[in-house]
Design a protein around this ligand. Sequence first.
Ligand code: ASP
Length: 304
Amino acid sequence: MAIHGGAGTILKSTMTPEKELAYKEALQNALDKGYYLLEQGKSAVEAVEKAVSELEDSPLFNAGKGSVFTASGTHEMDAAIMEGQNLNAGAVSIITGVKNPIQLARLVMEKSGHVFLAGQGAEEFARQMNVRFKEESYFYDELRYQQWQAVKGSDSFQLDHSDNKDHKFGTVGAVALDALGNIAAATSTGGMTNKKFGRVGDSPMIGAGTYANNATCAVSCTGSGEYFIRGVVAYDVSCLMEYKNLSLNEACQIVVNERLMKIGGDGGLIALDTKGNITLAFNTEGMYRGQRQSNGLNEVAIYR
Ligand code: ASP
């Protein structure tokens, strides 16, 4: 299993030891909770949903609690989940008040008869499914608020808790391989600070920020969403494996360090295949990430 908590200009020089520890603990917790389900014989879908839910519940990441502010001072969240065995997928976009958007995305996949629900309709479906809602104050985070104040009223939008020199994308995601050999991917985000006009990023778009196919790989992305959409990044990794017979790692490196960079996109992705190979690739200074494997490897990392 692998997870991420966003990529960007994450430098050791600008991080305090306390903050670094808090991030590492939150990553390890999410990784362990998801991995535990896999050990219990649960499905890859359950594992990625669990790991992403844990990251959504942490205010450190830009998803669920701690999501960034839109131009109008609200929180609009996006999430997607996909199963590699049958290409089932569920996604939600522009939702407000839902405690765990990834759980709603899974319900869309399993209970709605559709793949992608957005806005008020998605919230109506959430109420029908008795999904947990939280009041506005639950999502409030002082740091995110200050970031919004810095760009409020302007036309600029920003990626997570970044200033111009310090890009960080706090989207969260997970990929997993279960005991039956099935893989799954999940991604959840608050998007970009000061976003407007119903802006939707790559995270909930199947094939852009999230994709899973047992024949190739499971992928969850983080970075400047507009570029990931244009590059159809997650599906591009899968296509390079399927059509060109590249290995998981070769495909990821080409997409992240060549094709994405050619159009100006920065960020990264986590990916795995049904053989248990894992690649954590990023073209930024750092990416909050972690991986745990049945051979004993169990690590979380932040910097390059
Ligand atoms: N990809 C996300 C978006 O554009 C941002 C992020 O990765 O933090 O909405």
